[in-house]
Design a protein around this ligand. Structure first.
Ligand code: NAP
Length: 253
């Protein structure tokens, strides 16, 4: 088992929700963390909270769907914290609509953030990982990859991320780099709260109804995803690669 030479992690979409919880957990695990988000204030606030509790972090704005921005963000983290050897592709958006109402822009923007974003960030970060001979990439997929009404764009992107993950695992394994995907079920964040608002129901009612359908009878919290991420980026997980782990309170796969 080779130990990580540079304990520096990048988390995209870290300004809130699941990304913020992952950044906090990786900092507690001893990683210096680069929090990237479209929302610079959110990323900086998250980094300040980590520093205030004794960790090492920076927050910066980045649009993962833009090549120049993604590369510049990886370079900034490398300069300020050291070579990033962990990348969590978490940034995400939804533009839900039934197929007949889905616009070109609904389709392209979702593909842009999830698929193009994960591709651009992984391409920019892999050189640091292969140089170090150690790396961990974790991509946020979703149970929606199995199909979900009103999410032709999102479910396609999340299924695509699973193929992307398996290919990275095959290409990068010989450099000591693993790639895995986490496919969350219902996690209580602004993203699911916005879905409730769009559907015209209260978030509490939505969570209660969702919990009834989940075998462990509760919805997930961002920390549930952070816990699994913590394992996947650890030295102990060096023989786990190309996997999709459903973290959904039940099988769903
Ligand atoms: P969230 O609360 O909406 O947070 C997503 C974050 O990503 C936001 O801070 C957002 O920035 C950022 N972001 C969006 N586009 C970006 C871009 N182009 N570049 C950089 N950052 C960008 O979502 P979440 O619920 O935490 O979800 C995190 C990930 O888990 C997503 O990939 C999501 O698809 C996935 N997931 C979530 C659930 C769930 O139930 N919540 C289930 C399965 C999978 P702004 O604040 O500026 O918009």
């Amino acid at each position: 088992m080779t130990e990580s030479p540079s304990r520096v992690a990048i988390v995209t979409g870290a300004g809130r929700g699941i990304g913020a919880a992952i950044a906090t957990r990786l900092a507690a695990d001893g990683f210096a963390v680069g929090l990237l988000d479209l929302d610079e204030a959110g990323a900086k606030a998250g980094a300040e909270a980590i520093v205030a509790s004794g960790g090492k972090a920076i927050g910066a704005s980045a649009d993962v769907s833009d090549a120049e921005s993604a590369e510049a963000a990886v370079a900034t983290v490398a300069e300020q914290l050291g070579a990033p050897t962990v990348l969590i592709n978490n940034a995400g958006i939804t533009r839900d609509n039934m197929l007949f109402k889905m616009s070109d822009n609904d389709w392209d923007s979702v593909m842009g953030v999830h698929l193009r974003g994960a591709f651009l960030m992984s391409r920019a970060a892999q050189k640091h990982m292969t140089e170090q001979g150690w790396g961990r990439i974790v991509n946020l997929s979703s149970v929606s990859a199995l199909g979900n009404r009103g999410q032709a764009n999102y479910s396609t992107a999340k299924a695509g991320l699973q193929g992307f993950t398996k290919t990275l695992a095959i290409e990068l394994g010989k450099f000591g780099v693993t790639a895995n995907a986490i496919a969350p079920g219902f996690i209580a964040t602004d993203m699911t709260a916005a879905t409730a608002e769009r559907m015209g129901i209260s978030f509490d009612d939505m969570k209660k109804a969702a919990a009834q359908e989940i075998p462990v009878r509760r919805v997930g919290q961002p920390e549930d995803i952070a816990n699994v991420t913590s394992f996947l980026v650890s030295d102990e997980a060096s023989f786990v690669s190309g996997q999709v782990i459903y973290v959904a309170g039940g099988p769903r796969a």
